[in-house]
Design a protein around this ligand. Sequence first.
Ligand SMILES: Nc1ncnc2c1ncn2[C@@H]1O[C@H](COP(=O)(O)OP(=O)(O)O)[C@@H](O)[C@H]1O
Ligand SMILES: N[C@@H](CCC(=O)OP(=O)(O)O)C(=O)O
Length: 383
Amino acid sequence: MSAREAVAGARRLVVKVGSTSLTSVDGGLDVARLDALVDAVAARAAGTQVVLVSSGAIAAGLRPLGLPRRPRDLATQQAAAGVGQLHLTRAYAEAFARHGRTVGQVLLTSHDVVRRQPYRNAQRTFERLLGLGVVPVVNENDTVATDEIRFGDNDRLAALVAHVISADALVLLSDVAGVYDADPRTPGASLVREVTGGADLAGVRVGKTSSLGTGGMASKLAAADLASGAGVPVLVAAAADATAALDGAEVGTVFAPHGPRLSARRFWLRHLAGTRGRLHLDAGAVRAVVGRRRSLLAAGIVGSDGDFEAGDVVDLVDPRGEVVARGVVAFDAEELPEISGRSSDDLPAQLRREVVHADDLVPVVAPVPTPDPTSDPAEVSSP
Ligand SMILES: Nc1ncnc2c1ncn2[C@@H]1O[C@H](COP(=O)(O)OP(=O)(O)O)[C@@H](O)[C@H]1O
Ligand SMILES: N[C@@H](CCC(=O)OP(=O)(O)O)C(=O)O
């Protein structure tokens, strides 16, 4: 099945729409465009569970607050988001009501996914909303998200949500027809139709974001890589082509899945979990845990740092200091010095267990190559 067919046939889908497709700097929220998007999603939603990740809160708040352009400081962005999110949600509720559908608002910060328990709570909430036939409308909780706990852009958030709900596909809708090999505002730029690996992006140059968008095309590429690398096909297309995109027509740029679909737990470990410390491994332990996917035993640990407790996530570091894996540690930091470097036979019975169990451990893979930066640094927004 091609990635486009996967989008068309998906029973569970995440659709993300950017600020530029819903708002304008001088006109605020563009209800006509939002309605058209909802029509496209609702037409599809009959046999499909759809989660809509919608940007636009900050942009939708500009006009009601009399702000001439997107503010630069966080506090005013948060104020604008507080005002705009209300307009956005009301518009979605009214638009979906025309199709007899109920929406539920889900506002997330990265705090809600970096620890296992809140992550599972979010997962349960999505399951229940979808089970009740509700269309969850997701955004970052901008009014409270400080720099430390921000996802930063909704493309990444959408890729994470796609994994949280085990979506069959992810569709990123924007104001451009897809990924171009150069900034589409430059003459001669042409659309990349399909990405099956890093080589297809090798010649792609990314220009600056629009005046309303946050992440630009670079963040879409990073999100597409995150999702497709974890087994989820991705389509980047124009919001104006939403119906065609959801029908599997030849629009946009499609990213074929290029990695095994990770379990929700392993995806969380690899991409989301906050780490609380580091375990330093000898070369044999690196070969065992990365090469042979074995559990990490105390004998292969030469040192540790950080203030972690059993159940926290830690980085596993090779003798050169490179992070090679991350995993859930089964000991408190203060217990490690006593057991490190000792074989299991040598340990008292109550300490004779894996330090990181193989089921709780994921190797850290090198990122897929990102596009070449443009020659003008001012024009680059890197992922
Ligand atoms: N190589 C490229 N291919 C496609 N779009 C690009 C490229 N480089 C820059 N862009 C710009 O990225 C913008 C889309 O990103 P962004 O403004 O963040 O949109 P959104 O609000 O939909 O997330 C487009 O307006 C486009 O001009
Ligand atoms: N959470 C912000 C949008 C962040 C974002 O990623 O925007 P965009 O690049 O337009 O998808 C908002 O609602 O204004």
